[in-house]
Design a protein around this ligand. Structure first.
Ligand code: KG4
Ligand code: ZN
Length: 371
């Protein structure tokens, strides 16, 4: 029996994600020309396990993934109403990330593929994020993408499922990390992004003149660690002056910090858009992914940058912006259609840059190595 061509063949793929602190499994089906369908998308966070340590403990994360992954896969298949025999392939995050967690996922995927003889497709976690606008909005290549989360911060031109050109990124902290550290400094709850945004809503963004690092440089690189130090100094000065942090001062500091992050991201987005548009895309698109893209001030600043350059702005729904396995299943489908297959030699990689020609960025984030 002849199979339809790989490019248009209906495919149902299981995705497995365990590179950070979310244990996730999902099933995605794509039967062109219909839009891809997320049949199930299960994400089990581990925040409670790490809460008392003030950060992610890699060993605890790895153990929790190892305990929960097979249940997550079972759950995702049950929610999709499918058995393993209905799948065409299994896609798994093979890096970058916390190595113990990545290994748990890769081992499980290999075991399932060995038992079922299904093809195995290793996926770069960052490619999962970067290809999400094609899952949600069917955008064509090339598009400009900003990955902005607790562990990632980079501008990429996405030219194909395996073709990335990195224009720049953070040389130290990721913005989500800066939000989380700012929240800690100001005594707000974690994750810091939402609590800082809540406080900022009643604050004055112009009150504190915080640094906007690297804006004087013409490239697309960013730095956020100085911003957090500036927040610490401002807090100490306020505490020394008033004997404590007043509610008003805290709100103003949050608003000023948030405005500074948004300003840096927007200014660098302008530069990235200019580079991208010089490559003459037919229908320019600027897309964002990552938890920080949930921030309304950041989103508005990025949208304005896109509009100014005549590009369509896309922010996937939050559940698909943050870590999930539907994006891994989808990236698996895209790579499978290109003929990508892995075997039992697939290794787990703590570092794995999408653009191997770009100079490595400095730093290793709170959520593991940055690529
Ligand atoms: O994408 P994500 O779930 O995980 C990774 O880091 O990979 O992003 C989580 C990060 C956290 O640092 C969190 O504080 C930040 O995204 N975040 C936000 C907001 N919601 C989540 N930052 C700013 N504003 C928000 N509303
Ligand atoms: Zn991620």
């Amino acid at each position: 029996m002849t199979q339809p061509p790989l490019a248009t063949r209906p495919l149902t793929v299981l995705g497995i994600e365990s590179s950070c602190d979310d244990t996730a499994a999902a099933v995605v089906r794509h039967a062109p020309p219909a839009a891809p369908e997320i049949l199930s998308n299960l994400v089990w966070g581990q925040s409670a396990l790490h809460a008392e340590f003030g950060g992610i403990v890699p060993e605890i994360a790895a153990r929790a993934h190892a305990e929960k992954l097979d249940l997550a896969v079972e759950g995702a298949l049950a929610q999709a109403g499918l058995g393993l025999e209905a799948l065409d392939a299994i896609a798994v995050t093979a890096g970058p990330g916390l190595i113990g967690g990545v290994l748990s996922g890769v081992m499980l995927a290999k075991g399932l593929c060995a038992a079922t003889r299904l093809p195995l497709v290793g996926v770069n976690h960052l490619a999962g994020h970067a290809l999400t606008p094609r899952l949600t909005d069917a955008v064509g290549f090339p598009y400009l993408m900003l990955l902005v989360s607790g562990g990632h911060c980079q501008f990429l031109i996405v030219g194909g499922p395996d073709a990335y050109s990195r224009l720049g990124g953070s040389i130290d902290d990721a913005p989500g990390e800066a939000f989380d550290k700012t929240a800690k400094i100001l005594g707000l709850t974690q994750p810091g992004g939402p609590s800082v945004e809540r406080e900022a809503a009643t604050g004055d963004p112009a009150r504190f003149d915080l640094p906007l690092p690297l804006l004087d440089r013409q490239d697309c690189n960013m730095s956020f660690s100085g911003l957090k130090t500036a927040v610490l100094r401002a807090r100490d000065a306020l505490v020394a002056e008033h004997g404590g942090l007043r509610v008003r001062d805290r709100a103003d500091l949050c608003a000023s910090f948030q405005a500074a992050v948004a300003a840096v991201l927007a200014a660098k987005a302008q530069r990235a858009l200019a580079v991208y548009l010089r490559r003459e895309p037919d229908a320019p698109v600027f897309a964002v992914a990552g938890g920080v893209a949930a921030n309304q001030a950041v989103r508005a600043a990025l949208r304005a940058a896109a509009v100014q350059h005549g590009a369509r702005f896309l922010a996937p729904p939050l559940a698909l912006c943050t870590d999930n396995a539907a994006m891994i299943a989808w990236a698996g489908i895209e790579r499978f259609r290109l003929g990508a297959r892995d075997d039992m030699g697939l290794s787990a990689r703590p570092r794995w840059p999408l653009d191997t020609r770009a100079t490595p960025l400095l730093g290793s984030g709170r959520k593991g190595a940055k690529a």
